[in-house]
Design a protein around this ligand. Structure first.
Ligand code: GLU
Length: 496
């Protein structure tokens, strides 16, 4: 087992089959946290021996998601660290060499059984309600015959010859003592007839050669671990410490999948979730912080994280909670940082900001002023435009907006006229002054202030939801505010 004074080496070993999944991101993050906590190294190993097409695309998407999250690696396919290559597709010779060493030592043997015949055997057994176990037909093959088969070019796989009736035990950090008797396993294939290794063989060989001290991965691999331990034992390698992370379930208690909504980090990025919020939330999936608290800075997570505190109870992925964590993170964004995002969004989503003359300069100033108004209101960054469009775009009034005040028994025209007259006399167009004067006006007219402001809101925003109005008016400026109030007044008049 990895001893405590040894430098920690952990790995994240994805098979690039597409985007980075929430579950894999949590595995990567827990490895990263553990490495950062212990001053160890995180290795990014690419398990790509089986990959057909689209490998590079998947790899790019995976690594860019990791980078976006801020999960950095110390060694990997793009950062040589003395234990490479880090792509399994470039290590085929290594696996073949170890497999043949095992054959030479009598710990593995070539198997000439065709996949078709094995399939038939498997189906027959399953029909009888039994589980398939390789019958060791080729183990009893005369060595001379085996050698002849090989030299004739007959395809063969390599199987590990398991010791009989031996108990394989290990202590998983999370799941505790686990034992499996080799009688319940079969001589599994380590090298396929196409020369490529199976996952259990290549993972164990690489973990050993890359001097991995702690294997931290999903619970779905728990049943593979005894097989990998057998590979370690047969090759005479020291075992790492194994830590399996509990499953992540969807809200209905089933394994998290696309059925439950987005499961890729890319999708959450597009939905305007902050990377810090994702990491913060992922940390809570399977790990219980020492105190009742949910919002953690990444540094705090590094400080508090203890691998022993991971629990085995499956975690439930709760999108509402992620949104809540995200809104907390948005609230703590610096004004400048949010303003920068607003500038980018406006440039991307609005053709020509109509309300802005000197628009580049104006946009920066406006965004700085707008950021504090929406920071507490948005749960994801992608809600931003819903709140701020009318700062940059013309407003138009829907039938609904036009009819809004019919029901409310408010004389909208009266409110608008009074406000226009009042605005005209205002010397200093700031939110404080605006508020005082509007309150005064409402009192004079004996209109409830909520109703009074509702008229102004629809006039300025075209809807009855907007950022705080006095500040909004200040940012729009006197001219544009006046223009919109008159425009709404005219529209109402033309209707009656
Ligand atoms: N390539 C495997 C996977 O993505 C790695 C499992 C492991 O960490 O050993 O599931």
């Amino acid at each position: 087992m990895g001893s405590s004074n040894q430098q920690v080496r952990v790995r994240f070993a994805p098979s690039p089959t597409g985007y980075l999944h929430i579950g894999s991101a949590r595995t990567a993050f827990f490895n990263w946290l553990f490495a950062r906590k212990t001053g160890g190294n995180l290795i990014l190993r690419i398990e790509d021996t089986d990959m057909a097409r689209h490998m590079e695309e998947s790899l790019n998407s995976l690594t860019s998601s990791l980078k976006w999250l801020g999960i950095s690696w110390d060694e990997g396919y793009d950062a040589e660290g003395g234990f490479g290559p880090y792509r399994q597709s470039q290590r085929k010779d290594i696996y073949q060499q170890y497999a043949h060493t095992l054959i030479a030592q009598g710990k593995a043997y070539p198997c000439f059984c065709s996949p078709e015949s094995l399939k038939v055997q498997r189906q027959d057994l399953e029909k009888q309600g039994k589980t398939f176990k390789y019958d060791r037909k080729c183990l009893s093959l005369d060595p001379g015959q085996a050698a002849a088969n090989i030299s004739q070019g007959m395809p063969y796989a390599v199987r590990l010859r398991l010791p009989d009736s031996q108990t394989i035990s290990f202590k998983d950090t999370v799941y505790g003592d686990i034992s499996v008797n080799t009688d319940n396993l079969d001589d599994f294939v380590i090298l396929r007839s196409n020369g490529l290794p199976t996952y259990n063989f290549s993972a164990a060989v690489d973990d050993a050669l890359m001097k991995i001290t702690h294997v931290i991965r999903g619970e779905d691999h728990l049943s593979n671990t005894p097989k990998q331990i057998l590979v370690y034992m047969m090759l005479g390698f020291d075992l790492p410490q194994f830590t399996h992370l509990p499953m992540i379930l969807g809200s209905d208690g089933h394994k998290l999948s696309k059925r439950h909504g987005s499961v890729s980090i890319e999708a959450y990025q597009e939905q305007g979730i902050l990377p810090e919020a994702i990491l913060n939330y992922l940390a809570l999936l399977g790990w219980t912080p020492p105190r009742e608290q949910d919002i953690f800075s990444i540094q705090r997570l590094i400080d508090l994280f203890e691998i022993e505190d991971i629990n085995k109870k499956p975690a439930r992925f709760d999108f509402e909670k992620l949104l809540w964590v995200n809104s907390n993170w948005i609230r703590s964004m610096e004004t400048g940082q949010l303003a920068e995002f607003i500038v980018k969004e406006v440039k991307q989503k609005i053709d020509k900001p109509a309300a802005l003359n000197n628009w580049e300069k104006d946009l920066n100033l406006k965004s700085e002023a707008i950021a504090p108004l929406i920071r507490e209101r948005i749960k994801t960054l992608s809600e931003t435009m819903d709140w701020i469009r009318p700062f940059f775009e013309k407003v138009s009034y829907s039938q609904e907006a036009m009819a809004f005040f019919d029901l409310k028994k408010v004389d909208a025209a009266q409110v608008l006229k009074a406000t226009l007259a009042m605005l005209d006399s205002l010397t200093d167009f700031n939110s404080g002054q605006i508020e005082t004067s509007l309150r005064q006006k409402a009192q004079e007219l004996e209109v409830g202030f909520r109703n009074f402001m509702a008229v102004i809101r629809v006039a300025l925003w075209g809807t009855n939801i907007s950022p705080p109005l006095f500040k909004t008016m200040e940012i729009l400026g006197k001219d544009l505010t006046t223009y919109r109030l008159s425009q709404y007044l005219e529209t109402l008049a033309s209707r009656s």
